[in-house]
Write a protein that binds this ligand. Structure first.
Ligand SMILES: [Zn+2]
Ligand SMILES: [Zn+2]
Length: 396
């Protein structure tokens, strides 16, 4: 990182740390981001942003910042930088002075940090305007299972603000502070959730011949489903399918009417995810037919399955260049192992080329742990990364 940039970002860190702690004390869930989104929009206006739009995808915020020579003429001069703003339904067990004041809700994934990093870059770049074109600062709701990125896309994000590239990041506990990493190609898996309802016919436990026992069929489905990954999916394609919940009955002498199961499955390509779903449906229909009962597969709510998060080659090189400029080449890995977790930035990467990187969070508890806390020492590195991305994608 060059010295003037380092100094001017270092000067922002105390204020950014205060903002981060404030977001941490007042976490909000999913789309219910009234306080957080209003604060983000207010700050962007305070920075003198050219446009600030609220309520995109319910509570998403988009701020436009034009470079030194004014607004971009077309999408070749526009780039989107994205942060997520939502927290998790977890009771915080940490002992910091900025512990959550919203009991049962906490920033356990560091989205308070992500929002702060992007606000830091927004502040710095609004002062320097050291780029040519328009930066689209995107603050999204509901990353944690609510498909907030897709909600913003459905609300016309890319039609209203067409861009040539999209960039996202996530903090990574266990990766040292001042280090960065990225996975070439697939970085995170798809995530799909389904409910499986086995509709039998209840009755007396002593008279199974007068009933249709859905528990037997459910047990066969659980076992048969395990052959999808082991026998159907190409062994060289990573995939996982887990039946994570089985619910039926409560008495010793009653055969229940139905069984409801929950299943989750993940893969690194949409083709494999589709194959798993098709096989699961075939198995459920077949086992159901064998036992003379209907088996229904449904999605639990309105949120669509998350696609895999796949980095694009050219934007991967841009992101690597930015990370190396900030941290030095030895502190940047381009071979991070993909993880089976998922990330809704995937919806944006499916529409527009881009890159998703990891920034070291040091020796903290893992994300989604009740003692997790975003590491403030990562702030200058994260802000500098965003500034480098702006300069490299929209050079003057
Ligand atoms: Zn998370
Ligand atoms: Zn997260």
């Amino acid at each position: 990182m060059n010295a003037p940039l380092k100094n001017s970002i270092a000067a922002l860190v105390p204020e950014l740390t205060e903002w981060r702690h404030d977001f941490h004390r007042f976490p909000e869930l999913q789309y219910e981001l009234g306080r957080t989104a209003a604060l983000v929009a207010k700050r962007l206006r305070d920075f003198g942003f050219d446009e600030v739009h609220e309520g995109i995808g319910k509570t998403g915020v988009v701020g436009l910042l034009h470079g030194a020579s004014g607004a971009a003429a077309d999408e070749d001069k526009r780039v989107l930088l994205r942060a997520d703003m939502d927290a998790l339904p977890i009771l915080e067990m940490g002992a910091t002075d900025h512990v959550s004041e919203n009991k049962g809700c906490m920033h356990a994934c560091g989205h308070d940090g992500h929002t702060t990093l992007l606000l830091g870059a927004a502040k710095h770049l609004s002062e320097t305007r050291d780029f040519d074109g328009t930066l689209v600062f995107c603050f999204q709701p509901a990353e944690e299972g609510g498909a907030g990125a897709q909600a913003m896309i459905d609300d016309g994000l890319f039609e209203r603000f067409p861009v040539k590239g999209v960039y996202g990041l996530h903090n990574w506990p266990s990766m040292p502070i001042g280090h960065f990493g990225l996975a070439r190609g697939p970085a995170m898996a798809s995530a799909d959730r389904v409910d499986i309802t086995v509709k039998g016919y209840g009755g007396h436990g002593a008279m199974p011949h007068r009933a249709r026992d859905p528990i037997i069929a459910a047990a066969e489905i659980v076992l048969a489903a395990q052959t999808i990954v082991s026998r159907v999916v190409d062994p060289l394609e990573p995939a996982v399918l887990s039946i994570t919940s089985i619910n039926a009955g409560h008495a010793y002498n009653v055969i229940p009417d139905s069984v409801v199961m929950r299943a989750g499955f993940r893969a690194f390509s949409e083709e494999v995810a589709k194959l798993i779903e098709a096989e699961l449906r075939r198995i459920c229909a077949g086992v159901g037919a064998a036992h003379g009962m209907e088996v229904v597969i449904s999605r639990p709510d309105g949120s669509p399955p998350y696609p895999p998060t796949v980095n694009h080659p050219a934007e991967t090189e841009i992101a690597l260049g930015a990370m190396r400029a900030v941290a030095g080449p030895e502190q940047v890995r381009d071979d991070v192992k993909p993880v089976m977790g998922s990330e809704d930035f995937s919806f944006m990467l499916r529409r527009v080329p881009g890159a998703y990187i990891f920034i070291g969070n040091g020796d903290t508890a893992p994300v989604h742990h009740p003692k997790y806390d975003f590491n403030d020492q990562a702030i200058p590195y994260g802000v500098a990364y965003w500034v480098e991305i702006a300069r490299r994608t929209l050079p003057r």
